[in-house]
Design a binder for this molecule. Structure first.
Ligand SMILES: *[C@@H]1O[C@H](CO)[C@@H](O)[C@H](O)[C@H]1NC(C)=O
Ligand SMILES: *[C@@H]1O[C@H](CO)[C@@H](O)[C@H](O)[C@H]1NC(C)=O
Ligand SMILES: *[C@@H]1O[C@H](CO)[C@@H](O)[C@H](O)[C@H]1NC(C)=O
Ligand SMILES: *[C@@H]1O[C@H](CO)[C@@H](O)[C@H](O)[C@H]1NC(C)=O
Ligand SMILES: *[C@@H]1O[C@H](CO)[C@@H](O)[C@H](O)[C@H]1NC(C)=O
Ligand SMILES: *[C@@H]1O[C@H](CO)[C@@H](O)[C@H](O)[C@H]1NC(C)=O
Ligand SMILES: *[C@@H]1O[C@H](CO)[C@@H](O)[C@H](O)[C@H]1NC(C)=O
Ligand SMILES: *[C@@H]1O[C@H](CO)[C@@H](O)[C@H](O)[C@H]1NC(C)=O
Ligand SMILES: *[C@@H]1O[C@H](CO)[C@@H](O)[C@H](O)[C@H]1NC(C)=O
Ligand SMILES: *[C@@H]1O[C@H](CO)[C@@H](O)[C@H](O)[C@H]1NC(C)=O
Ligand SMILES: *[C@@H]1O[C@H](CO)[C@@H](O)[C@H](O)[C@H]1NC(C)=O
Length: 832
């Protein structure tokens, strides 16, 4: 024994390992009493002090130990909870001689620790690479649980917590890594490693709604384990696996919907292999529907559980018919999250008789969206049973790992006694954070890809926050096409010639004219920079403001391509497309002159700048304008044109806030008659990219529809489409907003500036349109014409609401709406 006392009372630093106390061949439990130099017998088992030298349990780095004499509650584990190992730097327990599936339990009891505020401890746990906990605050979790207890149970309020996981160990080694959060610390009081006997978690689980899921390869966390209708079952009453079965009543939505019943005579397992699935004690008690005399029972027994969003769950239901000795007495349905998981369920039949213990597993992924899991049982009236009743004996809910992660970060207020209301949930993000990192990597990949492939680039509104014009690419049509040449430079060559000129693509400017207009490309006039080159604000034709885009000398854009694009775009003229005024092709310069859009990008008016927020009506009008532009592209020309880069930085607003589509740089002609798609390398902007296009590399107009759906959500939520600093489930706006929209709860995530200033019905319609645009399958997405039609309807709803609101009271909201720029949005602009 080589312990080194640092001095301060109970704190001891140590590093070590040695001799094990006993050795056996079968997989056996390894029980660790953390922060202790003594092994103790508790609950009939021997818990080895982690300072006791043991071959199979190694502590790799010095932590400190803490102990207490006084604990605030009582538990059979109290002797274990009086000591803890405390760590301010990462600390590993390495356990050897383990193989197979194990319950791994962490006993956490936050007693007062010298020099540390235990209420503020925060740490993570990683076991064999699987992240189990992250930024976990024990005291916060305990207060939350206690706050959720019903009054009747308050007398047994918790003072410790046991986190249970079910993990596979392949290579004989279990490395438990405790990692404190930055500037914080963590602790553990005991660790329990118990082999899973029997076939508890083998095979596949039926999914709610059809299909199977294999549990193999998943780590699991036990979220809930309830002895329905009976008392708490202590770990020593489940001698092999030491599971604790809680009382279920506090999870019931209406407790008296179900009455407890009990019959402990001669229960056996329906299947020989099931003997470890739950102790028979669980099956001896049950809950059935109240008021058995009343035949006409129209209610469910319902339990409600808080779960961590973004995970899938397995719900295990334990049954045993205790009362009837024939079939068809209780035939019921199981609903999980309001969906039918099983119907026509007669436990007597399924289990093969009375007093037969039987269980069913269901897998559900719906709760991942809600952070809530409901289990409901009600009579299956369609089954024509003699009685109308349902029965449940036990219930377990397991969380399944996703991409090697089981951790979910919850935050509590500093007092720790927040209760569920005030906590805000944040998901862990970081290296190995499953989807998040995949998404980020994919994001980087796509960016690199786009950057290399595309010669010209888009947005650079971050460069200066002025609302000015942003880099767009080629544009067709425009008012200035026929304007007279009024160039300042005297040596201007005003003749139109060459292939480009013959297309009638606007005016050909001389380089001298362009030099004059941009003060020889004065840096102070730069309003945007992209891969293509810089964009300058200038005045042409004696005072017509213009955006002048100059190809970078390094640009790969070839002259031929340049001319082709001008030609193609010159065919397009529309009030909602940014116009090309002209171009300059001289001394190997390739310069494009566009109409100047005084109010810059739609994005700059949504977020990330100090511009005043747009009203709901303005946003709708901008979306409608953009939709018109796109509709024209898709349907106006002989062959529809696919924009390929629909996003809020390519929707520009003129001085009257009329929205116009810009940047046809990526556009390609739409499908020819005999082809249904254009096959081409994937281009576009991440966050807006149609997943179907990405998968199949086939471009259709429906890819624009998808991107436009993202634009719609962006307009209403006013946030970046990809924001890697947000919690994992929020990084991608399209996914996040779609989740809320599917819950019909879009209003919960909209731009706070809109609150109270919009017609709720219009928002819900708007959300439905956006949702349809984001349909996975391109074929199910609406056409731009349909989108446009619906958006106009949304605007009408909102305008009606504004009028009504205005008549009822002249509130500040309605006067706010009044300040809007009036803008016609009739059919007049459908033609060029
Ligand atoms: C320690 O590990 C050895 C094999 O490495 C194993 O045989 C023995 O049972 C283990 N001891 C305990 C207490 O688990
Ligand atoms: C074990 O620790 C206690 C205090 O924590 C100390 O009094 C005792 O001497 C230690 N025993 C051994 C064998 O190290
Ligand atoms: C703990 O174990 C992990 C995995 O084996 C290892 O990466 C890490 O460096 C170890 N930490 C310490 C402090 O030794
Ligand atoms: C921790 O929180 C508990 C109640 O939530 C409180 O009684 C205790 O004083 C707090 N401890 C510290 C050190 O703040
Ligand atoms: C609460 O205390 C009462 C009386 O001491 C006891 O009968 C009851 O079982 C306790 N409740 C729980 C949930 O332990
Ligand atoms: C899925 O479950 C059904 C019913 O339990 C079973 O018949 C089928 O073989 C399972 N399929 C797979 C792939 O496990
Ligand atoms: C319990 O079950 C036994 C055997 O099935 C039966 O004889 C007895 O009546 C039952 N008791 C109750 C209270 O239902
Ligand atoms: C218990 O059940 C088993 C099998 O169902 C049966 O063989 C046995 O006789 C029963 N015992 C009693 C006391 O009812
Ligand atoms: C029980 O387990 C054995 C082997 O462990 C297996 O062959 C058998 O199919 C299992 N029986 C059932 C009903 O699952
Ligand atoms: C189930 O439906 C009820 C009422 O329709 C609703 O309040 C509840 O939120 C739903 N629960 C879940 C988990 O969807
Ligand atoms: C029971 O719950 C399900 C799912 O929420 C619901 O569809 C059904 O209408 C409920 N039954 C009764 C009788 O309330």
């Amino acid at each position: 024994m080589m312990g080194k006392v640092i001095g301060e009372g109970v704190l001891i630093v140590l590093i070590l390992m040695i001799v094990s106390e006993n050795v056996e061949a079968q997989p056996k439990s390894i029980l660790i009493n953390c922060g202790s130099n003594a092994s103790v017998n508790v609950d009939g088992r021997r818990w080895i002090g982690d300072m006791v030298v043991n071959n199979n349990v190694t502590l790799n780095s010095p932590g400190v130990v803490a102990s207490t004499d006084a604990l605030s509650g009582s538990s059979i584990y109290e002797p274990l909870y009086r000591t803890a190992r405390v760590f301010t730097a990462s600390l590993n327990y390495t356990i050897r001689g383990v193989q197979g599936k194990y319950f791994v339990r962490f006993h956490l009891c936050p007693f007062e620790i010298v020099d540390h505020n235990v209420n503020e401890s925060s740490f993570g746990v990683v076991v064999n690479g699987m992240k189990l906990l992250s930024e976990f605050n024990v005291a916060g979790k305990i207060s939350e649980k206690n706050a959720n207890l019903q009054n009747s149970e308050r007398n047994s309020s918790l003072f410790f917590l046991v986190k249970e996981y079910i993990l596979d160990v392949d290579d004989g080694l279990l490395v438990i890594e405790f990692v404190p959060s930055r500037n914080s610390f963590g602790f553990a009081n005991a660790i329990e490693i118990v082999p899973v006997v029997g076939e508890l978690f083998d095979g596949s689980v039926g999914k709610v709604g059809g299909g199977n899921l294999s549990l193999a390869g998943h780590g699991m966390e036990t979220m809930y384990r309830l002895n329905v209708g009976g008392p708490e079952i202590q770990s020593n009453e489940d001698p092999d696996l030491r599971r604790i079965w809680e009382v279920d009543s506090s999870y019931m939505i209406t407790e008296n919907a179900g009455v407890g019943m009990k019959n402990s005579s001669n229960i056996t397992y329906a299947l020989v292999n099931d003997t470890s699935v739950a102790p028979l004690l669980v099956y001896e008690t049950a809950r059935a529907m109240s008021n058995t005399e009343v035949l006409d029972k129209r209610f469910n027994m319902s339990w409600k559980f808080e779960v961590d969003p973004d995970f899938d769950y397995v719900v295990r239901l334990h049954f045993c018919e205790l009362m009837y000795d024939k079939s068809n007495e209780r035939v019921f349905r199981i609903y999980i999250n309001n969906r039918t998981a099983a119907d026509n369920l007669d436990v007597f039949v399924r289990a093969g008789g009375k007093n037969k213990a039987y269980h069913l597993d269901h897998y559900d992924s719906a709760s991942m969206r809600m952070g809530m899991l409901w289990v409901q049982l009600g009579p299956d009236t369609a089954a024509g049973a003699a009685g109308t009743d349902a029965l449940l004996n036990g219930l377990e809910i397991f969380k399944l790992s996703r991409n090697g992660n089981l951790a979910y970060v919850e935050r509590y207020n500093s007092a720790g006694n927040s209760g569920s209301k005030s906590k805000s949930k944040v998901l862990w993000i970081g290296v190995g954070a499953g989807i998040a990192s995949v998404a980020i990597i994919a994001c980087i990949g796509v960016f690199v890809f786009c950057f290399c492939k595309r010669r010209r680039k888009e947005s650079s509104d971050t460069k200066n926050n002025s609302p000015g014009w942003l880099p767009i690419f080629l544009y067709g049509g425009g008012a200035a096409v026929n304007s007279t040449v009024g160039v300042k430079g005297s040596n201007g060559n005003q003749k139109l010639y060459g292939s480009v000129a013959s297309t009638g693509a606007g005016k050909r400017f001389t380089l001298a004219e362009i030099n004059a207009a941009t003060k020889s490309f004065d840096e102070s006039l730069v309003i945007g920079v992209g891969g293509f080159g810089k964009v300058y604000k200038g005045e042409v034709d004696d005072g017509v403001p213009a955006a002048i885009k100059r190809a970078n000398p390094q640009s790969e854009q070839g002259l031929a391509e340049f001319e082709t694009e001008i030609e193609m775009l010159s065919k397009l003229r529309h009030r909602h497309l940014v116009s090309l005024i002209g171009f300059c092709e001289e001394k190997s310069e390739m310069i494009l002159v566009y109409e100047y859009m005084a109010n810059g990008t739609l994005r700059s008016h949504l977020f990330g700048s100090n511009l005043p927020p747009l009203t709901w009506k303005q946003r709708l009008e901008a979306c409608i304008g953009a939709a018109r532009g796109l509709h024209y592209l898709h349907t106006g020309a002989d062959r529809g044109i696919i924009h390929r880069d629909v996003k809020t930085t390519n929707i520009l607003l003129d001085e009257n806030f009329v929205a116009k589509m810009a940047d046809f740089g990526l556009s390609k002609d739409g499908p020819a008659f005999e082809h249904t798609h254009v096959s081409t390398a994937v281009k576009g902007s991440f966050g807006y990219l149609d997943p179907e296009y990405f998968r199949r590399q086939q471009l259709t107009e429906k890819s624009d529809i998808y991107s436009f759906g993202v634009v719609l959500f962006e307009a209403v939520c006013a946030r970046a489409v990809i924001n890697p600093t947000l919690p994992k489930d929020q990084i991608n706006l399209a996914e996040w907003a779609l989740r809320w929209q599917r819950e019909r709860s879009l209003e919960k995530i909209i731009d706070p500036h809109l609150k109270g200033n919009y017609c709720p019905e219009s928002l819900s319609k708007f959300g439905e349109i956006a949702e349809k645009c984001l349909a996975d399958d391109g074929k199910s997405r609406p056409t731009m014409g349909e989108v446009l039609w619906h958006l106009e309807y949304v605007l009408q709803l909102h305008e009606a609401w504004l009028n009504m609101d205005n008549n009822n009271n002249n509130s500040t909201e309605s006067s706010f709406s009044r300040v809007e720029v009036e803008q016609e949005h009739s059919n007049q602009d459908e033609e060029a």
